[in-house]
Write a protein that binds this ligand. Structure first.
Ligand code: ZN
Length: 420
């Protein structure tokens, strides 16, 4: 018999979203899927990434259906797509598959699509850029100098990746130093309105340097991987920025690698998500957790105990006991896509879903609980988000299971924090 609680589902999700505990427990995808499944999923993720145009909580999920004469491209965002976005997405699809009959070189197509992406996704790209600048301001200036390329590995890598964009005689040290000083020079300032050419070049360099790894033997045994970046946080941010170019390149090369490719009609279908709404939630998540603990007859918890156990959790001040916060309630894009794919009742064993930023913990669990179809998503970022809503029209049993899961999760983190 499921536990009946006076604490609402939304309150429990809110409390869980503020207590940062899940990131450590995320699954390792590469153990879950075969390498060919992973290649497909990453390609789908790349496609979803290029559909993100706005800063903030713009998210997209995609799925495909291959039919005899056409491919149907299903996609959903957290909100309905604008007319401009729909035109942009259609243009990308046409450019990627090169459906016109001219013999258009792969590199030229990559360049055209990338320019379109930088132009259209500029506002979103600038927020990535701001994150890099924030990391840079925290680093000492001498941490940003790359001199060591004795085997010429980085030089060859940059030549291959950057082509005409790389000044070969000057070499990698000059490129990396120039790149860092350029970024450091901008660090104290706010990024300016996007200049498409300049931004594009920075992304290309971020991709080329971010994708470099040098494997070395130490003492005849140990393998050490160097990256260009002296700081892990900076390396991650660079890779994420560089991904805008990496994604374009991987998509075009994947399309080109399909042998005997016939011009296929790509039909786009937007899956409009359930209407989003805003609601105020009390900021005092600790009271929610403790009320629930009392109901379940488990020890209540102090803020200090909680903070010790989950130090990345949102800071609470004494005033928070009386405050509330506006939360946007949405059905996440992956769930919108999954519910639609299930409603088609095709004889599929599983459905691959691409996501622009990895699925949250709740989407992942929800998709696992639906047993009619197996859903594959490549990435889970492991976080919980306030305002996560159960998709409408879903299975009542699955909905009840996810509600129970949320309660169990809250109980588990309280017990873990008090040392039980
Ligand atoms: Zn989600």
């Amino acid at each position: 018999m499921p536990h009946q609680s006076s604490i609402t589902f939304d309150e429990k999700v809110y409390a869980l979203s503020k207590i940062v505990h899940k990131v450590k427990f995320r699954n390792n995808r590469s153990e879950k899927y075969t390498s060919s499944q992973l290649i497909h999923l990453r390609l789908f993720d790349d496609i979803a990434l290029l559909m993100i145009t706005e800063p903030g909580s713009d998210v997209a999920a995609v799925a495909f259906e291959q039919r005899t004469t056409e491919i149907i491209f299903y996609f959903a965002k957290n909100r309905p797509a604008t007319t401009e976005e729909l035109t942009y997405i259609r243009n990308l699809a046409i450019l990627a598959q090169n459906s016109d009959t001219t013999n258009w070189k792969t590199t030229n197509r990559i360049d055209s699509i990338f320019n379109e992406v930088v132009r259209f996704c500029g506002p979103k790209i600038l927020t990535r850029f701001s994150k890099i600048l924030r990391v840079l301001t925290k680093l000492p200036p001498d941490a940003l100098s790359f001199q060591d390329d004795t085997n010429g590995d980085l030089d060859r890598h940059l030549q291959k990746e950057l082509g005409v964009w790389y000044d070969t005689p000057a070499g990698p040290a000059v490129l990396v130093d120039k790149f860092f000083s350029h970024l450091c020079g901008m660090a104290p300032k706010k990024p300016k309105v996007p200049n498409v050419a300049g931004l594009g070049q920075i992304i290309r360099v971020a991709h080329a340097t971010g994708s470099f790894k040098c494997v070395e033997m130490v003492d005849g045994k140990e393998i050490v991987e160097h990256t260009v970046y002296p700081n892990e946080d900076l390396a991650t941010q660079m890779r994420l920025l560089g991904n805008y170019f990496g994604a374009v390149k991987r998509i075009v090369r994947n399309v080109d690698s399909i042998k005997n490719r016939k011009p296929t009609e790509i039909r786009m279908q937007e899956l409009v998500p359930a209407k989003l709404f805003q609601c105020r939630m009390p900021t005092d998540y600790l009271t929610i957790a403790n009320n629930y603990a009392t109901e379940r007859n488990i020890p209540t918890i102090s803020y200090d105990t909680l903070k010790n156990a989950y130090p990345d959790s949102t800071f609470l001040s004494p005033d928070d006991a009386h405050r509330s916060q506006s939360v946007t309630f949405t059905v996440h894009a992956e769930c919108t896509v999954a519910m639609f794919m299930a409603s088609l009742s095709r004889p599929w064993e599983f459905v691959k879903i691409g996501s622009s930023k990895g699925s949250c913990w709740l989407c992942e669990r929800y998709l696992e609980l639906d047993t009619k179809l197996k859903f594959h998503v490549s990435n889970e970022h492991g976080k919980l988000q306030p305002g996560w809503s159960i998709p409408p029209g879903g299975d009542a049993v699955v909905n009840a299971q996810v509600a129970e899961l949320i309660g169990d999760e809250l109980e588990e983190i309280v017990l873990r924090a008090v040392g039980n």
